[in-house]
Structure formats: C-alpha cells, structure tokens
Write a protein that binds this ligand. Structure first.
Ligand code: ATP
Ligand code: MG
Length: 338
C-alpha cells in the first residue's frame, strides 16, 4: 500500500490562513484516500526546534492533532499519527543520509539562504541540515506523496536525488523515491493553492509571524475578537463587491474567506454579492460567518480529550517504529554497520 505523508511544524498557534490553506486540504485528502493509502501525519517536533517556539511545544503538539480531528479527519486503521522524536530512526537515518549529501547541495537551498540571511555564520546548523532530516522523514516510509507548499519543492527534489543516489550506490532499490513535484501537485489537486491575505495589508499573505494582531485571525481567537478584526479589514475605494485579487485584494480576500468557512463554492459567493456596493454589509456577513465558524470549531476542540490524542499517538508510533526500524536496518546493512 502506498503512503501519503505530511507534517506541520508546531512553533505557534496557527492562523486561519494556515488552517484553510494547509490543514483543511490535508483533511480532505486523507478522507478521500485513507481506504487505499497509508496516511502518515507526523508532528515534526525536531524540525520545530530549529527556530524559537511560541508557547509550549507539548501543548502546541496536542492542539495540532486536535485541529485535524476537529476539522473532520476520519480515523481508520490506515491513518497514523506520530511524533517524529518518538521514532528515533528519523535521527539515525538522517546521519546515514548526511554521509551521501554534499555540503554544496545544502548551501544552495533557497530556504537556507533566506533563513540564514544569505549565509550568516551564526545560523544554527539545524537550518542548514533540516532538508536531510526531511528526506529521512519521507524515505523511511517509502512515502510517494508528500503534499508540500512551493517553498518545500527544492527539498523534495533533494529527497528524490538522495533516494536515487543511495539505490545506485548499493545497486538495489532500498528507497522508493517520492514522485516528482509536478506530479505531486496533480495528484493532490493543489494547483490553485489558497492564499488567505493579511487583513490590514491584503497585498501580502496572512502570516502567523506578523507583528500586527489585527492582520491575522488565530484559530483560537475569541469569536468576537475575530469579528472585530474582520470589521477593521482594509478594503479599497473601488466601491464594487467583486473578485479581483489584483486590484481589490481586500474585498476578494473577504469573499474567499466567506466561501471557505461556510464550505461554499467561491463562484456561488461571488454571484451572491454581484452588483452590491456596500463593503460594510460584506464585512458584517463575513464577521458573522467567521465568528460562528470559530465558535463551532472551538467547541469541537474542547470536546476532544487529551487521552484520546495520546492514545492515537501511541498506536501510530508503534506502527511508525516498526516500518522505520526495518528501513533503517536495511540501509545500515548496506553500509555494513550492521
Ligand atoms: P511564518 O510567518 O512563520 O512563515 P506562516 O503563517 O507563513 O508562518 P508556515 O509555517 O510558513 O506559516 O506554513 C505552514 C503552512 O501554512 C504551509 O503549508 C503554508 O503553505 C500554509 N500557509 C501559510 N500562510 C498561508 C496563508 N496565508 N493562506 C493559506 N495557506 C498558508
Ligand atoms: Mg511562511
């Protein structure tokens, strides 16, 4: 059975943008494929600590699993939740893979260049090396499908290269390489990746690291606080409610949010508002939709006991350790260290 694998770092509470753009698509994918595929959803706690953590990592981790469940992810025997650090083979595999990765490959990564401010030497080595850990995360499970954003395409290509390199070096198929990024995008139907905009500055996307509280809606914002943020969202002076991301990103963003939180097709929402001119009415409607969405979602979360999450993790970790240990042993034997 093939494997679809995904992991979201737990550095801080997510925004509505992270939720609608990354978590919901994964929930859909999982519910669609979990009859025929293994769905590995792991918490990359080791990737998380390459940068500062807001809040408590353990708490963030617990909440992340709850977000998936509260968003409607259906559990069955093919869905596996696990913590990366509870499967020690990830770190060990990373070492083996680092011995077949060139330093040049790592220094060339765009993410490294960005996150190290162009190679500042005070940058921690985790930021340089994490693509190798990511390759280990994927190759340990022969995961062919790894839904990632564009910013991770380069790392996925590195993973493919490492798989081919190791197979070639030892003259046999030790790893199944993940499929090419273009084919990933096709399989996941992710071509029109959603980008929720910053409420105050809709030219930019909403980001959890934004300093301005009013620019972003956090998943755990009190519903009335979220409503206020929507009411104070930046619009424009065109005076028409229509979908035009280029010229009216603020209004278009509100239409987009209205569609997503109500699970309605965007076109339908656009038609409903066609010909209307009063931005205040649109904001009131979106504010009400977002606040009732958050209220329901937060109620769902509160109903999930911590023990349920820990049970899921323990079952998932048993599964993951079995698969990962076997793959690790295979490579250790190939290197003659076992
Ligand atoms: P940061 O400001 O720290 O970069 P972020 O909000 O951009 O945080 P990331 O951790 O970079 O979040 O990304 C987590 C996931 O959320 C990724 O899959 C990314 O594509 C998705 N994502 C981030 N921002 C948005 C957004 N505004 N709309 C939709 N998806 C988003
Ligand atoms: Mg980001």
């Amino acid at each position: 059975m093939k494997t679809i694998l995904t992991g979201i770092r737990v550095n801080s509470e997510p925004t509505l943008g992270n939720f609608l753009g990354a978590l919901i698509p994964m929930v859909r994918l999982s519910n669609k494929y979990s009859k025929d595929y293994n769905i590995n959803i792991f918490v990359p706690d080791l990737h998380t600590i390459i940068s500062d953590v807001d809040g408590d990592l353990q708490q963030n981790l617990l909440m992340e699993i709850k977000y998936y469940l509260a968003a409607g992810l259906k559990i069955n025997e093919n869905v596996h939740f696990y913590r990366q650090s509870y499967v020690p083979a990830h770190s060990e595999m990373m070492w083996l893979l680092s011995c077949v990765t060139s330093t040049g490959e790592l220094f060339r990564m765009t993410q490294y260049k960005e996150k190290s401010n162009g190679g500042d030497e005070s940058t921690n080595a985790g930021i340089l090396n994490y693509p190798i850990l990511m390759a280990a995360d994927i190759l340990l499970y022969d995961a062919e499908y790894v839904p990632v954003g564009e910013d991770q395409f380069q790392h996925l290509e590195l993973t493919r290269n490492l798989a081919f390199r190791v197979n070639h070096k030892f003259g046999r198929e030790i790893f199944v390489p993940p499929v090419k990024t273009i084919d990933q995008v096709k399989f996941m139907e992710m071509d029109d990746g959603i980008r929720i905009r910053d409420l105050q500055n809709p030219e930019k996307k909403m980001s959890k690291s934004s300093k301005s509280e009013n620019s972003k809606i956090m998943l755990l914002d009190a519903p009335e606080v979220a409503a206020k943020k929507i009411m104070s969202a930046t619009t424009d002076s065109v005076g028409k409610i229509q979908f035009d991301m280029l010229n009216q990103p603020g209004v278009s963003n509100l239409l987009q949010i209205e569609a997503l939180v109500n699970d309605r097709p965007l076109q339908e929402v656009i038609s409903t508002w066609a010909g209307e001119t009063r931005y205040g009415d649109l904001k009131k409607q979106v504010a009400s939709s977002v606040s009732s969405f958050l209220a329901d979602f937060q109620e769902n979360i509160a109903a999930i006991p911590d023990e349920m999450v820990y049970e899921l993790l323990e079952t998932g970790e048993e599964y993951a350790n079995n698969i990962a240990d076997a793959k690790l042993a295979e490579l250790q034997k190939a290197f003659c260290i076992r």
